[in-house]
Design a protein around this ligand. Structure first.
Ligand SMILES: Nc1ncnc2c1ncn2[C@@H]1O[C@H](COP(=O)(O)OP(=O)(O)OP(=O)(O)O)[C@@H](O)[C@H]1O
Ligand SMILES: [Mg+2]
Length: 341
């Protein structure tokens, strides 16, 4: 009987990265959410890190693309293809998944999604071979994955900064009490770097160079010792490759608008949090998750602006997947008590 059913999985379908958690195995896959497609045959050429390396480097008949934008599906068919590939990849070998009953799949969605966006996620998951699709709100998954006691009568504040969305939530008794979900996150920080360099140095850089600069040089608060790095791009005027030196102060200035927006979302959420829960947050502090939590000194910046302790989750990039996985493992006991959004 067991072989009839696919392995149940939980998927953190992110704008930047997709992680897959298999029941009783944990996270078995973590890949960039990028798909490369041959436009002549409509076939998938590559998915994940191989496809990400192709971004901006493809010949005419191949397009490498990210099917999600701002945390939601931007291209339905490509998302379905990507999901199918990932769900299939984690199924046991020598058990042809297609011919059996599909697995149950939990997918997380940003807390700010519309009904249409939510339906698109469920439909894409079912079209990709799931026999049943469940959804869980990302901040709740992130908080569970970060090990916060979300089911207690206590204010648990989580800030999840991904590639496409930043979500802030205060959770108590298993539910979200106050939240902010803004479509400003890592991608916007990368874009801010690209446009700064274009404006100040008349230099065009690719999205991967911008992301690398953010990771190496980016910060949200002054560093003890400021740094600098050489970057290569194409001169807008001559069209030739050019190298310039850029400092961490410049990058901080370049990214200040999206970073300020994220800090403001944190303050807004606190402002709207009922006093008892807010006082718990003051005691316990908030937890930062998502890849954006790794932006240097973002914790320090938020601490200074809110006066509240800030912790970075142990595995910020994995919290949502771990939390959705726990939800998957408990789904039978949760059902009825926790709404499937
Ligand atoms: N060291 C770092 N410093 C700054 N940003 C980082 C670092 N490492 C990763 N990131 C950024 O984190 C983002 C990816 O985070 P994550 O995987 O949590 O997003 P996601 O879940 O795919 O997106 P979303 O939840 O918005 O759909 C990217 O924008 C990436 O550039
Ligand atoms: Mg995410």
């Amino acid at each position: 009987m067991l072989g009839l059913f696919g392995r149940d999985v939980a998927i953190d379908l992110g704008t930047a990265n997709t992680l897959v958690f298999v029941k009783r195995h944990g996270i078995v896959l973590s890949e960039p959410s990028v798909v490369a497609i041959d436009t002549k045959t409509d076939r998938v050429v590559a998915v994940g890190s191989t496809a990400k390396r192709m971004l901006g480097r493809t010949p005419e008949n191949i397009v490498a693309m990210r099917p999600l934008k701002d945390g939601v599906i931007a291209d339905f068919e490509v998302t379905e293809k990507m999901l199918r590939y990932f769900i299939h990849k984690v199924q046991p070998r020598r058990r042809p998944f297609r011919s059996l009953v599909g697995p149950r799949v939990v997918v997380c969605v940003p807390s700010g999604v519309t009904g249409v966006e939510l339906r698109a996620v469920k439909e894409a998951t079912e079209a990709a071979g799931a026999r049943q699709a469940f959804t869980i709100e990302e901040p709740l998954a992130a908080a569970i994955g970060a090990g916060m006691p979300v089911t207690e009568a206590q204010g648990n504040m989580i800030v999840d900064i991904g590639g496409g969305t930043s979500e802030v939530a205060v959770i108590s008794l298993g539910g979200i009490v106050t939240k902010s979900s803004i479509r400003i996150a890592g991608d916007d920080i990368d874009e801010a770097i690209t446009s700064y360099i274009q404006k100040e140095y008349k230099l065009t850089i690719g999205s991967q160079t911008a992301e690398q600069l953010k990771m190496e040089l980016g910060s949200a608060f002054p560093l003890e010792e400021e740094e600098s790095a050489e970057i290569r791009g194409r001169d807008l005027v001559t069209g030739l490759p050019k190298t310039v030196v850029i400092t961490s102060e410049e990058i901080r200035e370049a990214i200040s608008i999206p970073v300020d927006a994220i800090v403001t979302a944190v303050r807004d959420t606190l402002d709207r949090t009922p006093p008892e829960l807010a006082s718990d947050v003051v005691d316990q502090g908030m937890v930062l998750a998502g890849g954006g939590a790794l932006l240097r000194h973002l914790d320090e910046r938020i601490r200074r602006e809110t006066g509240i302790p800030v912790h970075i989750a142990d595995e910020p990039l994995m919290c949502v997947a771990i939390g959705s996985g726990r939800y998957l493992e408990e789904i039978d006991s949760y059902r009825g008590s926790l709404p499937s959004v």
